[in-house]
Write a protein that binds this ligand. Structure first.
Ligand code: PNS
Length: 160
């Protein structure tokens, strides 16, 4: 059974992330979407919210589960006996950071291979940080994030 881990902050999940999950689930027997719990980083949404948004968006995907992890991804990867880590690559600008992470992760766990998937070109410019900014400034993020996220973003603006 080939298990892949798709780690990230997902702050919040976008339709670009969901596109990567869909592609990953066609390649692997099971995909764990692993939300990182990083106490050093301040997130816009709580860990619980980030996990809930993903669970709701992926409830009809039997081959996908949503979990959270803390500490080194390589340790979590070993613990899960996973076969690969999935990351999305949108543009060349993502490459350097992703390349560094993939190699560092492989140094930590020798059998950790990172598989890069490209989202649909509709999502090339899409990122969680842009979604947060556009939403905070009153812009429209319809079609870029799941409906539950859109509602939560709107609620956040009304009651920051
Ligand atoms: O969505 P992001 O913020 O680009 O995801 C980055 C993430 C969570 C995948 C990365 O920061 C990570 O793996 N963090 C866990 C801690 C760790 O293993 N750090 C070393 C990575 S080489």
């Amino acid at each position: 059974m080939k298990l892949a881990i798709y780690p990230g902050s997902f702050d919040p999940v976008t339709n670009g992330h969901l596109d990567i999950v869909r592609r990953g689930s066609q390649l692997f027997d099971h995909v764990i979407v692993a939300v990182s719990e990083n106490s050093q980083k301040t997130h816009y949404f709580s860990l619980q919210d980030r996990v809930e948004f993903l669970k709701d968006a992926l409830k009809n995907y039997p081959k996908v589960t949503v979990e959270h992890f803390s500490g080194l991804l390589a340790n979590y990867f070993r613990q899960k006996k996973a076969s690969a880590v999935i990351r999305g690559l949108r543009a060349v600008s993502d490459f350097e950071y992703e390349f560094q992470m993939a190699l560092m992760n492989r140094r930590q766990a020798r059998n950790l291979e990172t598989v890069f998937l490209m989202p649909d070109e509709r999502y090339t410019y899409l990122s969680s940080s842009l979604v947060r900014e556009v939403s905070r400034l009153g812009g429209d993020v319809k079609g870029l994030v799941p409906n539950t996220v859109q509602k939560a973003l709107r609620k956040r603006i009304l009651r920051p």
